[in-house]
Write a protein that binds this ligand. Structure first.
Ligand SMILES: *Cc1c(COP(=O)(O)O)cnc(C)c1O
Length: 421
């Protein structure tokens, strides 16, 4: 018997090749024959400082030889304590409590359970969750429930709970979104427990972007009506939008913040759900029935915490912000070039993320252009994974000028090759 690997988000029936990678360094992945591939999507939005950063590698090596894994219910360890102290320099002051889990999806599940637990323990009936159109919050059942419905989760619809959906704040139609939020928030018969949003950039929904001003107004409406504000910074966190967290740009302090991907520099799974004091206090009691009922086997794994501590040290000791600012400026210059192309539309940038659509006349996720683009980039040794006809760049921050130019060059080739005009 031979066992076959079933890959995520992969239609094996299409018979696409599955290239094998042997090693990685900085911005690049290498095949065993030495072929170099520029990782222009940070290995699916996780890598921030580049592959195999020596400080993160060393931290993992040292920690794995000292304390590898232990129970975290009722016990603690140094790397977790150090991470809690370190995160205080990066999070808003109001987020005083952190809860560990293993992935972005579980960080979201934890956030939803905290929000529901908060209202339950206070004896108030608030159960509805509000979400934004086109959102993505992960692939577990709760995370799918608060994400956009579509072909991705059609088969599982009976398992998903109902939510209240506000429209995506398209330019010019922002007031409609705010009015919808206000209407949901003042509905006394079905009072919402929380709003969960991806701040500034909706990643998997198509790299859709909205302004910090709208984010601030949404948070203000929630505050006014006691609706908990949950920021899913799983993708936007750790510098992607130009600041460590996207909420900073709007001056927003969420009640609950989820982070994962870049928390360990994108090297090893670890997630944190940070919560304000009222959320914690609602679970703090001598009554065991009010505790927060959540755990997973590897909660706060010491090796993962050590990697996260190394990530924080890199942010403190290396010119990370300068690297980010250089990417921002470089993308701005490239965007000027793209503006000249007739078959490029929806050009937008938020921090280190640049996105646009190639017009081929069709253009939804299932359109054939996506796979064709994927192949085009793969054949040219650039790892880009368009969302339908939406091309975006999201590189590790260590990317060099030359590597960026290679990525831009291949994208321009693709525009020439696939454009309708
Ligand atoms: C990737 C992502 C998640 C899910 O994270 P996983 O670690 O893949 O479970 C949740 N929310 C957002 C905004 C994401 O981009």
């Amino acid at each position: 018997m031979s066992i076959n690997i079933w890959h995520p988000f992969t239609q094996h029936g299409l018979g696409e090749p599955i290239p094998e990678i042997a090693r990685a360094e900085g911005t690049c992945l290498y095949k065993s024959d030495g072929t170099r591939i520029i990782d222009a999507i940070s290995s699916w939005w996780v890598q921030t400082h580049g592959h195999c950063h020596p400080k993160i590698t060393a931290a993992i090596q040292a920690q794995s030889a000292k304390l590898d894994q232990m129970i975290f219910a009722g016990w603690t360890h140094g790397p977790a304590q150090e991470l809690a102290e370190g995160l205080a320099d990066f999070l808003p002051d109001s987020l005083e409590h952190i809860f560990f889990s293993d992935s972005g999806s579980t960080a979201v599940e934890v956030a939803l359970k905290m929000a529901l637990g908060y209202w339950h323990n206070r004896g108030e009936v608030r159960q509805k969750i509000l979400v934004m159109e086109h959102s993505y919050h992960g692939d577990t059942i709760g995370a799918m429930s608060v994400g956009a419905r579509g072909v991705f989760n059609q088969a599982y619809a009976p398992l998903l709970f109902d939510v209240g959906t506000i429209s995506f704040p398209e330019a010019g139609a922002e007031q409609q979104t705010l009015d919808q939020l206000e209407a949901f928030s003042t509905d006394c018969d079905n009072a919402p427990a929380a709003l969960i949003v991806e701040p500034l950039v909706l990643g998997a929904g198509g790299m859709k972007m909205y302004s910090p001003a709208i984010l601030a107004q949404m948070a203000a409406i929630c505050r006014e009506h006691d609706v908990l504000f949950i920021a899913d910074e799983v993708m936007t966190g750790w510098g992607r939008t130009g600041t460590v967290f996207a909420c900073e740009q709007a001056g927003v302090e969420p009640d609950i913040l989820c982070m994962a991907k870049g928390l360990t520099g994108g090297v090893i799974p670890l997630a944190v759900t940070a919560a304000s004091d009222p959320i914690y206090q609602a679970h703090y009691s001598e009554d065991r029935a009010q505790m927060f009922f959540h755990s997973s086997s590897f909660t706060a794994n010491p090796i993962a915490c050590a990697a996260a501590n190394a990530n924080l040290a890199i942010w403190r000791d290396e010119p990370v912000q300068e690297r980010i600012d250089a990417i921002i400026a470089s993308h701005q210059a490239f965007a000027e070039r793209l503006k000249q192309k007739s078959n490029v539309s929806g050009l937008r940038q938020c921090g280190t993320i640049l996105a646009f659509e190639i017009d081929d006349g069709a253009g939804d996720y299932m359109s054939s252009l996506g796979p064709q683009l994927l192949r085009f980039f793969r054949d040219r040794n650039i790892l880009l994974r368009p969302l339908g006809n939406t091309i975006y760049i999201m590189t590790p921050y260590c990317i060099s000028r030359e590597e960026l130019d290679s990525v831009y060059g291949v994208i321009e080739q693709a525009i020439g090759h696939f454009g309708s005009t």
